[in-house]
Design a protein around this ligand. Structure first.
Ligand SMILES: [Zn+2]
Length: 255
């Protein structure tokens, strides 16, 4: 079986001591590609050095994460565009709205989200969306771009079935990771209704480890655990889930 981890922060310091081993474990578990969402200007160099070291396996994105939107957001946004012009990136991400950590910069978050969507449309790339306690705001921005052939993924999706339906109707996939293995997450029923053809796999490592590693550092090699959980939910073979989600990811990110 082959898998794509569509969302991993493998460049973060959490992996400094054993990054090569983490990648090796992932590759021997069938993970052929790992997609790297960017956070802000500070994470670019580390991300790109990984892309060089694991050529063809680690693929970069460019984006300003909503929790990194501060006073300097305009220069950060220019940097997002600069990186995209210098490097072959696969998506604009991660971008979106986060009202869980801090609402101080909501206005700037909205401006940044819009501007990065416009840029993604201009260079014809998908967007990777981070939405935390912000579905209303995220959908209202996406509504402004109706009919514009925008596509992308709601990463670490945790919404209701209504949210899922709305996202899918707007041309988005749902990124499913460790949360689906948590007891009482309720996400199993939502993803089943959403349908396998609308899902892609992700770890969001080092965060959101699946059971039985919940609370510990997450890593790319755990992707088959998510795949197995989806196979249970959909009552399909692991091979079929792997193959459909792999295909969904290659189409979405044009890999
Ligand atoms: Zn992320």
């Amino acid at each position: 079986m082959h898998f794509i981890d569509t969302h991993t922060h493998l460049y973060l310091p959490e992996f400094d001591i054993d990054r090569d081993e983490v990648v090796n474990r992932a590759v021997s578990n069938g993970i052929t590609k790992m997609l790297l969402p960017n956070i802000d200007a500070d994470s670019v160099d580390q991300m790109l050095s990984l892309v060089n070291r694991y050529e063809g396996i680690c693929l970069p994105m460019s984006g300003l994460h909503p929790t990194s939107v501060k006073e300097d957001y305009l220069s950060q946004l220019r940097n997002v565009e600069r990186v995209a012009q210098k490097t072959k990136i696969i998506a604009i991400g991660e971008i979106g709205i986060d009202l869980y950590w801090d609402k101080t910069y909501l206005k700037e978050q909205l401006i940044s989200f819009r501007r990065q969507i416009m840029f993604a449309l201009e260079i014809e790339l998908p967007v990777v969306i981070h939405s935390r306690e912000a579905f209303t705001e995220v959908f209202s921005v996406l509504d402004e771009f109706k009919g514009k052939s925008l596509k992308g993924v709601f990463h670490a999706f945790t919404g209701t079935f209504n949210d899922a339906e709305k996202a899918i109707n707007m041309g988005f996939k749902l990124g499913i990771g460790g949360i689906v293995t948590f007891k009482n997450s309720g996400l199993d029923r939502v993803v089943k209704e959403a349908g396998l053809e609308n899902l892609v796999l992700e770890t969001d490592s080092p965060y959101l480890s699946p059971v039985p590693y919940r609370g510990k550092r997450n890593e790319n090699a755990y992707i088959p655990i998510i795949n197995r959980k989806l196979a249970d939910i959909f009552e399909k073979s692991e091979e079929e889930v792997a193959s459909v989600t792999y295909q969904n990811s290659t189409v979405l990110f044009n890999l």
